[in-house]
Design a protein. Structure first.
Length: 107
């Protein structure tokens, strides 16, 4: 998992949680020291000036601001951007109604 390894190399602690706006914001409230959260879709939530703020233009501006503070390799400057991607895990649903059955089994 490329992203997980990159976070650890930079001293962070990656955590996988349920995807979705509500769940991400809840997680950021519970862990106020987390600088940000992101989803496979590329949707990012910043946790610095507001509680789980998730505006794409703001996130892009914050990323540029952070890189601009110290663009050195040791601080994760642009030369350290990931060259790969994290795979997506999907559960194939072959029969109509099977998803509800899987959800009920997990509970």
């Amino acid at each position: 998992m490329a992203l997980e390894e990159a976070i650890e190399e930079l001293g962070g602690v990656p955590k996988m949680v349920r995807t979705g706006h509500t769940f991400m914001k809840k997680e950021l409230r519970e862990f106020p020291g987390s600088p940000m959260a992101g989803e496979m879709s590329g949707h990012f939530f910043m946790n610095d000036h507001w509680d789980g703020f998730d505006d794409s233009i703001y996130c892009a501006a914050r990323l540029l601001s952070i890189i601009g503070m110290d663009p050195s390799p040791e601080q994760g400057g642009p030369q350290n951007f990931l060259r790969g991607s994290t795979s997506c895990q999907n559960i194939p649903l072959l029969m109509k109604g099977r998803f509800l059955w899987l959800v009920k089994e997990k509970r």
